[in-house]
Design a protein around this ligand. Structure first.
Ligand SMILES: Cc1ncc(C[n+]2csc(CCOP(=O)(O)OP(=O)(O)O)c2C)c(N)n1
Ligand SMILES: [Mg+2]
Length: 351
């Protein structure tokens, strides 16, 4: 129960291990991969914001500040595990194997961007809040019934925990003991509504207590605690121990989307003390001898080349097709939509 209220962390803001014994749990490869993926998705995110400002992609929801939560959780998964992300989880999607060009295409309104690479168990990003939780429970229940050890992760924000789908998802997962991980990124806001105005509960993690689901509240800007707690939850799910809820407390550095101005609702200076998760991890790497200038430079070069190549490829596609707005929701277009589509094309023809 205590774990639902206090915040667990492995490293502090200065990148020092809180308990020196934790060093033995930290593998050299995971430190390398953690840095690589966080730097990769940060570079993607920066590029996406810049392209949006230049009118080269559409509205975009940045995830800057949430890289440790997204990479730490996704890196702990196996290739056969499912993820059910939101619009803000392209970092987790990229880490779990989605393709960067397609990710840019998604934000440019191309339907190709909605399709994951073959064999990748990555659902399209859910924009309706919390609908992906019951989906993740269903997929993990199917895996359990098929007798596999594969699991599913539902990503969601603090705001999603006020939705019925959150409670229905948790209840079903608890009753059927499905191998589901509910991975919450509590970034303090649902658009402009602060946590305290969304709920009277002190934490998200405590909501799992009602469903008898184990939960833990962690520092979501500490890559190591995210990765290690995720491993514990995965092990529980694979071995038949049922679902877990992880509340990763984090901070959205930027706007809700590129169409939002957070200075209108966030008090000045709020979040000023939050140490960027990548800077914090860099400090850890330097403090404990994991920082190798040549290796870091190679990572930076490799990532920058990948991002530039992906943008170039995205821009080699034709602009988004208006037909696609109508084509992918209903098998047969309802009459009012048919009418809208026809009137749009009439307008185009100057009729
Ligand atoms: C069912 C539904 N209601 C309302 C919205 C409008 N909406 C878009 S994002 C958002 C806030 C979600 O906040 P949170 O779950 O904390 O995620 P975050 O954006 O902070 O990552 C809302 C209310 C929506 N997309 N779907
Ligand atoms: Mg939020």
């Amino acid at each position: 129960m205590g774990e639902a209220y206090s915040i667990k962390r492995i490293i502090d803001e200065q990148g020092n291990l809180i308990d020196a014994n934790d060093k033995s749990k930290i593998d050299q490869q995971i430190v390398h991969d953690g840095y690589y993926h966080m730097y990769r998705i940060r570079t993607f995110d920066k590029k996406a914001k810049s392209l949006q400002r230049q009118g080269r992609i559409g509205t975009y929801p940045p995830f800057e500040g949430q890289e440790a939560a997204q990479v730490g959780s996704a890196l702990a998964l196996g290739a056969e595990d499912w993820i059910f992300p939101t619009y803000r989880d392209h970092g987790a999607m990229l880490t779990h194997g989605s393709d960067m060009t397609r990710t840019f295409l998604y934000w440019n309104g191309r339907v190709e961007g909605c399709v994951p690479p073959a064999g990748k168990k990555i659902f399209p990003a859910a924009v309706p809040i919390a609908t992906q939780l019951p989906h993740a429970v269903g997929a993990s229940w199917a895996e359990k019934r098929k007798g596999t050890t594969n699991i599913a992760v539902a990503y969601f924000g603090d705001g999603a925990t006020s939705e019925g789908d959150f409670h229905e998802g948790l209840n079903f997962a608890s009753v059927f003991q499905t191998p589901t991980i509910f991975f919450n990124q509590n970034n303090g806001y649902a658009i402009s509504v602060p946590f305290e105005r969304q709920m009277h509960s002190k934490t998200v993690a405590q909501k799992a207590v009602a469903y008898d689901i184990p939960s833990v509240r962690i520092d979501g800007n500490d890559f190591l605690v995210v990765f290690l707690e995720m491993q514990i939850a995965i092990e529980r799910a694979r071995s038949g121990g049922g679902p877990t809820l992880i509340e990763a407390v984090t901070w959205r550095t930027g706007a809700h989307t590129t169409a939002d101005d957070p200075t209108k609702y966030r008090p000045e200076g709020q979040g000023a003390k939050v140490v960027d998760p990548i800077i914090r991890f860099e400090r850890f790497m330097k403090n404990y001898g994991y920082w190798d200038e040549n290796q870091i430079e190679a990572i930076h070069n490799r990532v920058e080349e990948e991002v530039e190549a992906a943008v170039k490829e995205m821009e080699s596609y034709p602009k988004a097709n208006v037909d696609d707005l109508f084509n992918h929701v209903f098998a047969e277009l309802p009459a009012p939509l048919k009418e809208q589509k026809e009137s749009y094309f009439q307008l185009l023809r100057g009729e």
